[in-house]
Design a protein around this ligand. Structure first.
Ligand code: FES
Length: 509
């Protein structure tokens, strides 16, 4: 079995379009028309659309632009989202499925237009999207999906042949979709946004929001940003009066990538719900090669042996594609909403000037571009035909999303209470191997203790600063992860990913 131990542990997108000099945080208090919190695809798309409409916009990004989830995606732009249409047809009716297909297709069409208009060199390739299965037992499910997707308005068909180097029992095929380099696309959008007078601040973590006229955001550095309208596009919402966290489950996913001869590389995009999801695409690489990108092995953050999962994914890629030389591996994170439809629109039932974009499942690229259009319209007093479909205020979770809502709550409760029990008889600091970490009870506190490669121990509180669940160590990525809502922290407690906005507190050993 080949493994990816020697592969670069960095996203290919970040390596080939690295962040330049960071845009400095605001030097003092600011006033803008619209503040967009979060510089991923949803935030940047929203900001760019608004700037194009002549609005005064500032983007506030806690770390670097397009370098979080957006910089770690598979970068497929498709309206075929595995098996969503048959589900939507049943849960939201034929009209809901139609609006979903239309809004996602419109986002892809719009992105193609933007690429042309700005002349962006982002390796844009038109491709078909497939959802396939190798197990004949799933053929009926695929036929139903093809039917539902077609009825929803997509050019979908059921097929049994693909270009993949292995046979499939069946597949749904949708033509006219696209794949691209997400960072090259977004960095060009940022350049254009600045040219048009938009402001961008990196290294600017927002920690507080007071809604009103205007709204006031507080940054970790003590700067206030007053804004008539605020867009929360932080992947998992950091402000959440509507308790959206009860309707979102975090899911971590692994990616392995490697070079393959051009004539052996698939040119279309593939996904299967089998084996815990396998997603495949390829990207231009040069020298007669393409980069094969394989995603899969999803799990709740903080609950898996990630090294083993990487090995399983690379073994699958190696078994299915010959001549593959692994070059990169990385991981990404998605938020699944309980009804499989993103939450995009007003932040809570009473909100008049605050908006949110979240819950894209694994489909944040078309979803993020769609959200940019939808929110910029809402903030300008217009409403897209599909605004109601994505409105976060749609029917309460227990009514429509009962089973998955309750399942998610039970899982959170298990992590909140259950995860505290093993630590009572858990490891001691001296048991922790170099490079590893464990939750240890010290002086009556649950501490997250990490031993670095040189043998030094450091301890932080194991209670996640979001809502208090216990974190667990991801040895492969050297991070503390919270299983409840997916916050991630460096071994020294610094925030890697929200919704937490405060680091884990230092503890004495
Ligand atoms: Fe919510 Fe940790 S992310 S409790």
């Amino acid at each position: 079995m080949k493994d990816t131990e020697a592969a670069t542990r960095r996203s290919y997108w970040l390596e080939t379009a690295p962040p330049g000099e960071p845009a400095p945080p605001p030097a003092g208090d600011l006033s803008v028309e619209v503040a967009v919190v979060g510089g991923g695809i949803a935030g940047l798309s929203t900001a760019w659309e608004l700037v194009r409409q002549g609005r005064e916009v500032a983007v506030l990004e806690a770390a670097r632009l397009a370098a979080g989830v957006t910089g770690h995606t598979t970068a497929k732009l498709t309206a075929l989202h595995t098996l969503v249409y048959d589900h939507l047809r049943r849960t939201r009716g034929p009209e809901g499925a139609r609006l979903y297909a239309l809004s996602q297709s419109e986002a892809i069409r719009h992105a193609a237009e933007v690429v042309g208009e700005l002349g962006i060199d982002c390796e844009w390739e038109e491709a078909a999207a497939y959802t396939y299965a190798q197990n004949p037992g799933r053929v009926e499910e695929l036929r139903a999906e093809a039917r539902a997707a077609r009825e929803a308005g997509l050019p979908a068909e059921f097929v049994t042949e693909t270009e993949l180097p292995f046979s499939v029992a069946g597949a749904v095929r949708v033509s006219g979709q696209a794949q691209f380099h997400p960072r090259k696309y977004l960095l060009a959008l940022v350049d254009d946004l600045r040219r048009r007078g938009g402001a961008v601040y990196e290294g600017t973590r927002v920690v507080g929001l007071t809604e009103g006229k205007p709204c006031v955001l507080e940054t970790g550095a003590g700067v206030s940003v007053r804004a008539e309208e605020v867009v929360v596009a932080t992947h998992y919402p950091i402000f959440d009066r509507a308790l959206l966290f009860t309707r979102l489950s975090p899911r971590r996913e692994l990616v392995v990538a490697g070079t393959i001869d051009e004539d052996l590389a698939p040119r279309d995009m593939y996904i299967t719900p089998e084996q815990g999801t396998r997603s495949v695409r390829s990207a231009p690489y040069g020298d007669g090669k393409r980069l094969l990108i394989v995603t899969g092995e999803h799990f709740t953050p903080g609950t898996a042996d990630v090294e083993k999962r990487f090995a399983r994914l690379s073994e699958w890629a190696d078994d299915h594609f010959s001549g593959l030389t692994f070059t990169h591996r990385w991981a990404t994170q998605d938020n699944d909403s309980t009804d499989s439809v993103p939450l995009v629109g007003p932040l809570h039932p009473g909100s008049r000037h605050t908006y949110v974009a979240t819950g894209f499942g694994g489909w944040g690229l078309s979803g993020g571009i769609m959200a940019g259009r939808l929110i910029s319209d809402l903030a300008s007093g217009r409403e897209a035909e599909w605004a109601g479909l994505y409105d976060p205020r749609r029917l309460g979770p227990v009514v429509r999303e009962g089973v998955s809502f309750l399942k998610h709550q039970a899982q959170v409760a298990r992590h909140f209470i259950g995860d505290r029990l093993p630590a009572l008889s858990g490891p001691r600091p001296e048991d922790i191997a170099p490079g590893d970490g464990a939750v240890v009870r010290l002086g009556g506190h649950q501490c997250a203790v990490h031993r670095d490669a040189s043998g030094q121990l450091q301890a932080v509180s194991a209670a996640c600063t979001h809502l208090g669940c216990l974190v667990a160590f991801n040895r492969a990525e050297k991070a503390w992860e919270c299983p409840c809502h997916g916050s991630r922290f460096a071994p020294d407690g610094r925030i890697l990913q929200g919704p937490a906005v405060k680091p884990l507190e230092k503890r004495d050993l």
